[in-house]
Design a protein. Sequence first.
Lengths: 198, 198
Amino acid sequence: MITEIPPRSGTAFRLARGDSLRVIDPDGGQVSDMLAFMADDPREALSNGRTFDYEETIRLTTGHRLWSNRSRPMLEIVEDSVGTHDFLLTPCSEATFRHFYPDKPVHRGCFGNLAEALAPFAVAADAIPTAFNIFMNVPVAPDGKIRVEAPTTRPGDFIRLRALADLIVGLTACSAYDSCGGSFKPIHYAIEPAGGDG
Amino acid sequence: MITEIPPRSGTAFRLARGDSLRVIDPDGGQVSDMLAFMADDPREALSNGRTFDYEETIRLTTGHRLWSNRSRPMLEIVEDSVGTHDFLLTPCSEATFRHFYPDKPVHRGCFGNLAEALAPFAVAADAIPTAFNIFMNVPVAPDGKIRVEAPTTRPGDFIRLRALADLIVGLTACSAYDSCGGSFKPIHYAIEPAGGDG
């Protein structure tokens, strides 16, 4: 069953160990910020630093795992039709909107959407780490400079991640202008039970 | 006054707004993991994601600021004789020692040293974010792969950071084999009052 995340909004849900999360860009050109916390203790959370350490790359795709701050693998990327995701940047917030888009209306961004969606799961806003930004296109130049470009996704592109533990997942449809090429689009996702792919 | 952090250990202290922290590599070839938390509420902490976002680079040096998870600048790099630091990787822990050095004795690493030093300041181990790893040499290849190389520092190399808020700072002398080229050396630091540099 496919669930739609409307443009500039977010949600949170449980994902059981063994189940997969499929995140789909239905129209192309959209980004989805993802967070994960251990269901039995949400102080254990996704960590970009631990992931870069263990996977020895900042470019995560099929075969790579996403790790927690306590050095446990949380999710494995088992399918990826895109191969371009970001794990460097934090979800946009009111403050980042004011900084990057001073002439545009302030939006609470993926950060505000995730904070609201995760509150019922006992995750405080301050405990939100750097997100795994699915489909986000952030090239790093040889001198270290980064820029945010429009995603390369075409309609129907997707990533599938298998849960390696019982998780709480936060997921958004991006709210920022640059990240999604100036357009705000929905994101689709599906939770697929263990064994569905053999 | 110069204080020495012995090899494979760490410390924590207050740094008042306006004061500077000078971190010196006395012998060359050593790394120092640094964390910062707001003194009035340590839930506000250093964030590599926010810093990359606002500074638009992963290579931080003189003139760049280090930002908090609440989008406030915490420290500004005001002098830097090296220019090579890492903000991608988390401090080594018992788990990373077991992973990367299975044949060597396990050490609690900078993570364990920071957790102990920060406990009196009400910072829990789970609240330790990705550290700013001073002098750490982590090249990123065009395909995103990263590797940990020996620091390029010579004896006496240093970085100076000015506090932009009242902070709690955690600081180590690195405990891992790869990060410091297989040698364990001390780190020196000094707190320099505001106005000392004009």
